[in-house]
Design a protein around this ligand. Structure first.
Ligand code: ZN
Length: 65
């Protein structure tokens, strides 16, 4: 059996996380331009993780009305 869902029925969310490549410290926006990491003290190398979450379930919000 094969089911095909229309794209507009799928809710997607992106989570973009920018961390120190050395220690994994979650960087604040004003820390991105720093030369050294505030957490480990090493030279700051940025690492970006992008996670895509797909929720294909229909919204439950109309059940409460
Ligand atoms: Zn670090």
């Amino acid at each position: 059996m094969k089911n095909t869902y229309k794209a507009d029925s799928i809710n997607t969310a992106h989570t973009i996380e920018i961390i120190c490549a050395g220690c994994g410290h979650d960087l604040a926006t004003d820390e991105l331009s720093d030369i050294t990491c505030t957490a480990c003290g090493g030279e700051l190398t940025l690492r970006q993780n992008i996670a895509v979450t797909v929720n294909a379930l229909p919204s439950m919000s109309n059940l409460t009305s």
